[in-house]
Design a protein around this ligand. Structure first.
Ligand code: AMP
Length: 307
């Protein structure tokens, strides 16, 4: 089973109540593919960076089994840059700066070897580029998952709606679900968004877990209560990477298997927030991942006998 991941590979500058970073490695596709690499091989990345992007980071991705033949490196151009500051609750943040740079004229090229991909993860990116990727695949993948954010709702709602109509699963956070649907109730928001195209919706609620909806069912997974949360950046993408990584490994896209995928995604996201940037999700070992998943199982397991 091969997985195609598209999204930003970027520099971020982050401020949280616990500290501040200069330019560090970030980007939605970086987090997604790193997280997915703990579950499946054959991960193919399509993105673009400038020649300011460190070759050592591309090697780190390769060491995780991620194929970067589809990562364009543009000479004389700068990589995408995003900067954000988290509020004291660590669940909400302000974007301080978004510099599209190399993304402005990004034309995604899908290498021939990627064409047979069975699953497509469209990480956060301009919606018209996400759409172009779908159109440039000779065969529609078995599953298309899309992530997006308020920035694109504010600036490119019309093309976001076009892309949304072409995907199977959308992942967004609760504020974005409310913005997209105009509904406060997440149940009503989910039904409206499902009416826009995707059959499934995942609403991420940060430290309050995640909800999975289809037309008739709903599933909830908590987030692991953690002692230390340093930086939530990339948690949503890391979640998406664990989610699709599990689906790619098992080749099963039933609602029941998506419930399990949400637990794997949540486990990966719980690592991500423990350190700044990608630091914690590079070089984990299988035992650490398995132990973290077991903590989730233990967290929510209980016996009830109804009298
Ligand atoms: P998350 O915290 O999961 O929402 O993802 C944060 C990552 O998304 C950062 O590493 C950023 O580089 C990237 N990012 C921020 N804004 C955008 C945007 N408008 N489009 C694509 N990627 C973005």
């Amino acid at each position: 089973m091969s997985l195609l991941v598209v999204g930003t590979v970027a520099f971020d500058a982050i401020e949280t109540p616990f500290g501040k970073t200069d330019k560090i490695i970030g980007g939605a596709a970086t987090y997604i593919s790193l997280a997915a690499s703990y579950f499946t091989g054959n991960i193919n990345l399509v993105s673009v960076v400038g020649d300011d992007f460190p070759a050592a980071t591309i090697k780190d991705l390769n060491r995780h089994g991620i194929n970067t033949d589809g990562l364009q490196v543009k000479k004389g151009q700068k990589s995408f840059f995003w900067s954000g500051r988290y509020h004291n609750d660590m669940n909400t943040r302000d974007t301080l700066d978004t510099q599209l740079n190399v993304l402005l004229d990004f034309d995604p090229v899908i290498p021939e070897a990627y064409q047979s991909c069975e699953m497509l993860m469209l990480g956060n990116l301009m919606p018209q580029i996400q759409k172009k990727v779908i159109e440039r695949l000779h065969n529609r993948p078995k599953l298309i998952v899309m992530d997006t954010m308020n920035f694109w709702m504010d600036t490119q709602m019309a093309s976001l709606m076009e892309t949304l109509a072409m995907v199977d699963v959308l992942t967004i956070n609760d504020a974005e679900a409310r913005q997209l649907s105009g509904e406060y109730s997440l149940v009503k928001a989910a039904q409206k968004i499902i009416g826009m195209g995707p059959q499934m919706l995942i609403i991420k609620k940060g430290e309050h877990g995640a909800l999975l909806f289809n037309k008739d069912q709903v599933f909830f997974a908590p987030a692991l209560p953690l002692e230390d949360v340093f930086d939530p950046t990339g948690a949503g993408d890391t979640f998406a990477g664990g989610f699709i990584g599990h689906l790619a490994r098992t080749r099963d896209i039933s609602f029941d298997n998506m419930k399990r995928a949400i637990i794997f995604g949540s486990a990966m996201a719980s690592f991500c927030v423990e350190k700044f940037g990608t630091e914690r999700i590079i070089g984990l070992n299988q035992e650490e991942v398995d132990d973290r998943v077991q903590e989730f199982v233990d967290l929510v397991q209980f016996d009830i006998t109804l009298v």
